[in-house]
Design a binder for this molecule. Structure first.
Ligand code: SF4
Ligand code: SF4
Length: 239
């Protein structure tokens, strides 16, 4: 039978808090209000909070906000209704319906065109209940028709109001532009628009628009005028 090792004597366990330093009289007195010191010191520091909506912090230059459909310098729309943006959208937030531009002479009832080239975006919708502001749509756009602004205040009371259509998405007319539909600048082709050869609406285009908007004092319907005002052309009427 082996000899058992003797059990070593253990140190007696000290009582909890026995080694903690004793607080002074004033520390104990001020302890309940010590937290207010933090609040007091913070009052003299610079605010990190932005007082939104009274104050708005500028967004970064490449911020992804609400979309914009851009125009050429003469007012024609850059969108050609190709639907590439809709196909690129991972959230299925874009709906585009293209239509043919109308090059029929005005005397034969032509209404003018909305974009250079063959087609334009007759219906364009972005559903901001779905959009995740990823920017893939603007990368896919071949004409730089679609870009994103830095506007982000999108809250609304109605779900329907968060589906933006062309009336909200199209860039406003700038100085030197004429309200489409109207013909392209005389002698220019579609590629000239993308090469920056057009720098504003011509007299001929302005006359076309003025003629379309002229009040009809004879009571007769002007050829194509009402169609144009509804955003319809011969090749792409509403179905
Ligand atoms: S930003 Fe993204 S989610 Fe929004 S419409 Fe464009 S592709 Fe779709
Ligand atoms: S916005 Fe661009 S990608 Fe989308 S339909 Fe128009 S041209 Fe095509």
């Amino acid at each position: 039978m082996s000899e058992q090792e003797p059990v070593s004597e253990q140190e007696p366990v000290s009582e909890q808090g026995q080694d903690a330093p004793k607080k002074g009289f004033f520390s104990e007195l001020l302890a309940p209000v010590a937290g207010f010191g933090v609040s007091f010191r913070t009052q003299f520091r610079e605010y990190a909070t932005t007082q939104y909506p009274e104050e708005k912090r500028p967004t970064p230059p490449r911020f992804h906000g609400v979309h914009q459909l851009n125009r050429h310098p003469d007012g024609l729309e850059k969108c050609i209704g190709c639907e590439l943006c809709a196909w690129a959208c991972p959230a299925d937030a874009i709906f585009v319906e293209g239509a043919d531009n109308d090059d029929t002479p005005t005397e034969e009832g032509g209404t003018g065109r909305f974009s250079p080239g063959e087609r334009y975006g007759r219906v364009y919708q972005i559903n901001y209940l779905r959009c995740i502001f990823c920017g893939l749509c603007i990368e896919a756009c071949p004409t730089r028709a679609l870009t994103m602004t830095n506007f982000y205040e999108l809250a609304d009371h109605s779900r329907a109001d968060l589906i933006f259509e062309k009336d909200k998405l199209l860039a406003p007319l700038q100085e030197g532009m004429a309200q489409p539909p109207h013909p392209m600048v005389s002698g220019m082709e579609e590629r000239d628009y993308y090469q920056g050869s057009v720098d504003g609406a011509t007299e001929q285009q302005r006359d076309f628009v003025a003629e379309r908007e002229r009040p009809d004092d004879t009571g007769q319907e002007q050829p194509g005028r009402d169609q144009a005002n509804r955003g319809e052309t011969k090749g792409g009427g509403r179905s």
